[in-house]
Design a protein around this ligand. Sequence first.
Ligand SMILES: *Cc1c(COP(=O)(O)O)cnc(C)c1O
Length: 446
Amino acid sequence: MAPRSSFQSYTVYSLPIFDAIMTSFERTLEFAQQLDQVDPLRSFRNEFLFPQHHGKDMLYFTGNSLGLQPKSTKDSILQELNDWAKFGVEGHFLAERPWFSYHEFFSKGSAHLVGAKESEVVVMNQLTVNLHLLLISFYRPQGKRIKILFEAKPFPSDHYAFESQARLHGLDPADVLVEMAPRAGEVNLRTEDIVAKINELGDELAVVCFGAVNYFTGQFFDIETITKAGHSVGANVGFDLAHAAGNVPLTLHDHNVDFACWCTYKYLNSGPGSVSGAFVHEKHHSNKELIRLAGWWGHNKSTRFQMQPGFDPIESAEAWQLSNAPVLSMAAHKAALDLHEKATMKALREKSLKLTAYLEYTIHEVQKHVSKKLEILTPSDPEQRGCQLSTVVNGATKQIVKDLADRGIVVDWREPNVIRMAPVPMYNSYEDIYHFGIALQELLSK
Ligand SMILES: *Cc1c(COP(=O)(O)O)cnc(C)c1O
């Protein structure tokens, strides 16, 4: 498969080179340690706090559920607590990092993260809340154009959001929700099938809203092609980037995506339930007629404190803000996003491609020594995945995750028999993967 044009600036390995990398891997501790020694991001591991197991750092592979805590987070939050103690309400303007405009600290980092202009991104609320706020604006069913298309088995919160949005408009979710499943016998969706489905729905389609990286399979969808197809039939196109932001390169502006949102506690290490990001393409910013739920923080900054009725939306994604900034969780996000900016998405992706390839290689090697069949559900094409691999372990039970935990290794289990794990380029190492392989082989050989 040819590399997608959208990834030109990030496509580090073409597939033939990628295959060559795979075949040059070795399954020895020395080899893994050598790769770690030449890893340009290796020092970032020291910036994080790892859960402990018998006095040692655990091998943590669940950064796709909750990223680790940066060591700098505590001081970042303390800074705000101290300024609150010192200034009280005046902290809105006098704090070292004024709370009044706190969300603006994230404009640049968030824009880099999702490939947007600074005016197109805003950090506010939490993920499902933002999904609803965006759907209020971009899901406006009319006549027969009422349907929402998304990938089968999305994260349940997204499914509930779509159902309730249908009801909000007095529609039956059964008439609105179109869940796209893979072909019989296949695990992942084919882009050509998604495009065909969009064309088939045509003028009945109101919104396409995929999880850019599916939380279960780890498939990274072709945002550019899906967006084009959606627009060609007159639908709005958005993405839930929960498993994409900080994990895969994104270019939302150039791909003309209408809206998107993401959480910051998975690959962005900003702490449990931390603030969320939202993207609205600039082509929608000057449309003051766009329906939205309004609050004072979305109002024109120059007249906000005149406290008058009559909502005058800011001409940027900030117009979707309702409330003043939740500074304490934003302080955690600040520490984490600063680290991300320092590492850069480009370098993270470069390492991620190789790190996940090493995990894939290791799983294939383990298979040679065990009888239980291992099947990787995640696409083998590196451009169709981020760092996560989801692996069916035939004949295993959840006990295997407990046994791994007893060996200091954290992975995630999805019934009936899937291990979901993500070697995160920010803090995981090749050596982590080597040790995981040894443990997995031992457990499956019992
Ligand atoms: C993690 C995740 C969520 C979680 O939603 P919250 O509002 O942050 O609790 C929602 N959707 C997707 C696709 C996710 O991966």
